[in-house]
Design a protein around this ligand. Sequence first.
Ligand code: CP3
Length: 352
Amino acid sequence: MSESDPLLLRAARGESVERPPVWMMRQAGRYMKVYRELRDRHPSFRERSENPELSYEISMQPFEAFQPDGVILFSDILTPLPGMGIEFDIVESKGPLIQDPIKTLDQIKNLRPLEPQQSMSFVGEVLGRLRNSVGNKAAVLGFVGAPWTLAAYVVEGKSSKNYAVIKAMAFQEPELLHKLLDHFAKSIATYLRYQIDSGAQVVQMFDSWAGQLSPIDYDTFAAPYQKKVVELLKETHPDTPVILYISGSAGVIERMGNTGVDIVSLDWTVDMADGCRRLPKHIGIQGNVDPGLLFGTPEAIRSRIVDAVLKAKGRKHILNLGHGILPGTPEENAKVFFEAGKGVNDLIRAVT
Ligand code: CP3
């Protein structure tokens, strides 16, 4: 609780702040020219995200370009999988591919509990370096994938349109899926503890594909494991703010608020005012600007930021997009987003 803590950390704790902090999901990546140039020199995603020099350099690219209030580790939600015995790759224009998708109880029994100090020391190194570099100018963010979304990848074997394979498992052999989800929940909690011990000050859990579940199944396959991760983490790290993001979450917003997380990250299909009304006052809010808006004019971007900030007034709020920034987004529009976010008080004065 010090004056000199970064704005995003103070805001996430619920302290009163001069303006909402701003960062972007997927703020490092393909829309940036420096990233594409580095990718040409290092075509393997696993190398870019697991070589600490490269992961550090990429994490810092958006900070150097735009000075966001948060710097997120450059990594992927799938990065812990090899440490549990599941090999993957990310293939250009195809996305994630799992070598040996999980189908049987034997495969689940053979999974190892994650020991991040052993299998992922590169992450600890990068987070420590990021903390040293950004000091109090930005908060360092860690992140993980939630059990349901990780299970969706390892059972489907790749990105999916309709999630038929994992739903077949859910509705034919639920005990099998529950064992897998439970394994992930424990390992992911261990991983989050490691990220925080290494320098992460705020952490986000991505349950990106939990919005594919009916609420009744969200309550069975997603929420209990989100809760388990949060409970295990809070036992040892009660003061680190936790954010939960789901894509397509409009049907489960109230449920997200009941998982024990501190902040709910909304996508853009719900109005910010409605999202706030549907969550108790003590839950903070992040989001929910349409990433597609960054293909629009600077005026359009600014006016939606003002709209989001005014509607979230009175509760803890972190300004962000409603999902990751899209490849092909003009970099100058990312700059407009960050500048408008930082200058939002002036923009509001100008319109009221
Ligand atoms: O926010 C950041 O800047 C940190 C980087 C980050 C990446 N992945 C890097 C990445 C984060 C936070 C993620 C999380 C992630 N990964 C999620 C949750 C967030 C979300 O978007 O819902 C998911 C579902 C994944 C799985 C994954 N990894 C997908 C669907 C893809 C995209 C495939 C594609 O080609 O579009 C990836 C690959 C990936 N992870 C890229 C990046 C920058 C793109 C590939 C590349 O740069 O070569």
